[in-house]
Design a protein around this ligand. Structure first.
Ligand code: FPP
Length: 223
C-alpha cells in the first residue's frame, strides 16, 4: 500500500494524513474484493523494517490498525469477512495484539473473504520463524532429508492460505520489500503508478483483468 507519504506531500499535509487516507482506501478495496468474490486479500500494513520510522508515525499507524479492527466489526459481520494475521505476533504492542486476537476469534467462523493483515511482517522473518519452529520439533532432529518445500510451507504463519496469485504494488515501486518471499515464488506482479490513497475499485478491476491475460507456466511450458 505504497504512496501514502507522497500523497500527503502533494496535498501539503503531513505523512499521518496520508496514512489516514490510506486506511480509507483499504476499507474501499476490502469491500470491493469482498463484492467480487475474491477469497484472500493480504494487506501489507507494517513491515518488520517499518519500526525505523519516526515514533510518531509508527504510533499513528498502530492506532489506525487498532481503530480499523474495532470499528469495522459490524462490516465484517455483515459481509462474512474473516480477519487473519501474518507476521511476528509477540513483537506487536500488547494492545494491538489483544485487538488482533479478538478480531481473529470473533471472525473465525466467517466464510467470505479472508483479509490477512500483514503487520510486523517480513518475508525473511517469517521464514526464520518457520525454521525455528521446525528446529524445535524433536521428530526432525538430524533428519535433514525431511526438510522439503512442502514441510517449510506448513510452518509458515498461515499454512492453510494458498500462495498469492497476484501481488499488487502501488506508487510505482519496483521492489518486493520483503513481502511474502516464500509464497510469492510464482505470483504474478502488477505495478501501478497510482498512489495508494488514490486507488479505487476500478483500479482493482484493471489489475485483475490484466492478471487474467497472463499465461502462467509455473516454470513449465504451455502444451
Ligand atoms: C507505505 O506508504 C504505507 C505504510 C507503511 C502504512 C500502511 C498503513 C495503512 C494504509 C493504514 C493501516 C491499514 C490497515 C489495513 C489497517 P509510505 O508511507 O511508505 O508512502 P511513501 O512511500 O509515499 O512515503
Amino acid at each position: 500500500m505504497d504512496g501514502n507519504g507522497r500523497w500527503a506531500r502533494k496535498q501539503n499535509q503531513n505523512r499521518t494524513q496520508g496514512h489516514l487516507e490510506g486506511l480509507k482506501t483499504a476499507k474501499r478495496i476490502v469491500k470491493a474484493a469482498s463484492d467480487m468474490g475474491i477469497a484472500y486479500l493480504t494487506l501489507y500494513a507494517f513491515s518488520t523494517e517499518n519500526w525505523k520510522r519516526a515514533a510518531e508515525e509508527v504510533g499513528f499507524i498502530m492506532g489506525l490498525v487498532k481503530r480499523y479492527l474495532i470499528e469495522e466489526m459490524d462490516f465484517y459481520r455483515q459481509n462474512g469477512i474473516r480477519i487473519r494475521h501474518a507476521g511476528d505476533f509477540p513483537g506487536l504492542p500488547e494492545d494491538i495484539g489483544q485487538e488482533i486476537q479478538k478480531a481473529l476469534e470473533d471472525t473465525k467462523d466467517f466464510t467470505g473473504l479472508q483479509v490477512i493483515l500483514a503487520l510486523n511482517y517480513g518475508g525473511r522473518d517469517e521464514i526464520c520463524r518457520a525454521v525455528r519452529r521446525m528446529a524445535r520439533e524433536p521428530k526432525f532432529s538430524g533428519e535433514a532429508a525431511a526438510v522439503t518445500e512442502d514441510l517449510i510451507s506448513q510452518y509458515l504463519d498461515n499454512p492453510d492460505i494458498p500462495d498469492p496469485d497476484l501481488i499488487i504494488r502501488t506508487a510505482g515501486e519496483l521492489r518486493t520489500s520483503n513481502f511474502l518471499l516464500w509464497e510469492a515464488a510464482y505470483s504474478e506482479y502488477y505495478i501501478s503508478d497510482i498512489l495508494w490513497p488514490d486507488w479505487t475499485e476500478e483500479d482493482l478491476r484493471l489489475a485483475i483483468s490484466d492478471f487474467q491475460k497472463r499465461e502462467r507456466r509455473f516454470g513449465g511450458v504451455i502444451k
